[in-house]
Design a protein around this ligand. Sequence first.
Ligand code: ADP
Ligand code: MG
Length: 323
Amino acid sequence: DLTINKIAAGEVVESPHSVVKELVENAIDAASSAIILEIQEGGKKYIRITDNGVGIKEEYVEAAFMRHSTSKIAHIEDLSRVESLGFRGEALASIAAVAQVEMITRPEGQQHGVLIHINGGKVETIKKVGCPVGTTIIVKNLFFNTPARLKFLKSNNGETMKITEIITRLSLSNPSISFKYINNNNIMFTTPGNNMLSQAILSVFNKETFKNLILLEDHQEGMTLHGYIGQPSFVRGNRNLQIVFINGRYVKNKVISRAIEVAYKEKIMINKYPICILNLKIHPSVLDVNVHPAKIEVKFEDEEKVYHFILKAILKALEKQSI
Ligand code: ADP
Ligand code: MG
């Protein structure tokens, strides 16, 4: 039902940046090795994501845009083992309800691709086309049919900033994928996708930022921490560039955030936030991956142990730097 979709869309899709997040995560889930994101006017007018992932089989293309259709979980008990970023099967349906969406997709081994046009939740066109393997999705005129929501969007600059943060985070937490980000016809960055975090960081930020980062490498019984942290003189007013992944996957975790902040506060006595891009490797058996509807949260069996390990590792790295 179109109305239900339009109302429910508000939960998943409240802005151009949430659309970008959902669609880039779909491209990552599709095992892509190269992803292109292009936006115009803060994503309000135009968002395009092109990937070279698994594509969608012809017979499933229309179904992919229906609410609660997901190829990612078969049973509710699968939720605890879910590997992919998205699993609710709501993003495509929600986005298509409140925008003009065009998708072209082809899986390997299928001769032709499929083009589908959906306008405010209504399928306008669906036909066979020639195209490379993978998926391109274009979202035009977001919220064209919900003017109330359009009014509450940030300025183009504000939305662009949010989108830049999201694509930065996703690029850095997936250094094995090549990301290209284009904003208003300007290439903002291209990462090599060669699985080297340092090179992904260099591509995403400028050389100046990279020079202000300290390499961190530490380990302690079954835990390894690797990545980069900002010089104490190089801090920000918000946490948006605190990027932590556990076993290569972007997560939110309060214990780690607290360790980072306590370390900097102890060292430099300020209440600002460093840039950090950190990957914690830890045995999955001591992790409890809690699948929250909107984000991925992780709990540790022994929180104190992880907290002290990270706190010490950061203090050590900052200490070395100040000698
Ligand atoms: P979810 O990601 O929660 O499963 P979505 O609404 O985001 O739900 O997507 C619905 C389905 O469409 C996915 O489960 C997946 O099968 C398919 N899909 C969406 N985007 C892509 C893509 N870029 N490549 C391949 N399949 C895709
Ligand atoms: Mg999804």
